[in-house]
Design a protein around this ligand. Structure first.
Ligand code: MMA
Ligand code: CA
Length: 238
């Protein structure tokens, strides 16, 4: 019998422990409320910690987003302008894809209505101006009067010209000493000059035009005379 009672008691105690709430002993409710209070405190702490973590994550995310945006807008600026310090004045470009070893630059462009040859772009101006005004006009377009470096370049240019007009090029004799100077400081090369027969003929004629006399060639004329002109600029790489 005693063994049976013992067995029943043990069973009951076990049942009480597992159910927790149905106990009549005074110790039991105390035992049950203390863990409840500490659980609530712990939850609050956990919630606060989670909130801090969440805020920290938000801040980090915003910072990384701003950094990413700034970096990309800088890249975009550099790509659009080619050079981040100089603003582009040509808003309409015509570009072709090129196989380039230049890092990140794969498009070669000329402004719309300009002619493309080798690494340059050419603009033929039909408006007649003095040599100086012609150069100033090229300058406003970030170009200069054409510098002719080869027969191929001259042949390409003259293909686009009107035979009944003369066109200023970037060659002049500023001092009247027959010291010919290219506008971009390219050295004047006697092996790459295309003067007409008998030209240059007058020391007072210090500026050079391209004109047609059975073939295209150079003639020295007065700088103050008004003529058409040809501008040249480096291709733009994007
Ligand atoms: C002639 C010839 C040139 C000169 C121009 C000036 C028509 O060509 O003498 O050498 O530069 O006249 O107009
Ligand atoms: Ca002449």
């Amino acid at each position: 019998m005693a063994l049976g009672t013992n067995y029943a008691e043990v069973n009951f105690k076990n049942e009480l422990k597992s159910s927790g709430t149905n106990s009549n002993s005074p110790a039991d409710p105390r035992e049950n409320t203390i863990p409840h209070q500490s659980n609530f405190g712990f939850s609050k702490l956990l919630l606060a910690l989670l909130l801090i973590l969440f805020l920290l994550k938000e801040i980090l995310l915003s910072v990384s987003f701003i950094t990413f945006f700034q970096k990309n807008s800088q890249l975009l600026k550099e790509k659009n302008y080619g050079n981040s310090t100089k603003e582009m004045i040509h808003t309409n470009l015509e570009c072709v894809k090129i196989n380039s070893t230049m890092k990140g630059k794969v498009w070669s462009c000329c402004p719309k209505n300009w002619k493309s040859f080798s690494s340059s772009c050419y603009f033929i101006s039909s408006k007649q101006r003095s040599w100086k005004k012609s150069q100033e006009n090229c300058s406003t377009m970030e170009a200069h009067l054409v510098v002719i470096n080869s027969k191929e370049e001259q042949d390409f240019i003259t293909w686009n010209l009107n035979k009944s007009h003369a066109y200023f090029v970037g060659l002049s004799d500023p001092e009247g000493q027959r010291h010919w100077q290219w506008i971009d400081q390219t050295p004047y090369n006697e092996n790459t000059m295309f003067w007409h027969v008998g030209e240059p003929n007058r020391v007072q004629e210090r500026c050079v035009v391209l004109n047609y006399r059975e073939q295209w060639g150079w003639n020295d004329i007065f700088c103050a005379h008004v003529q058409r002109s040809i501008c040249e600029m480096m291709k733009i790489y994007l």
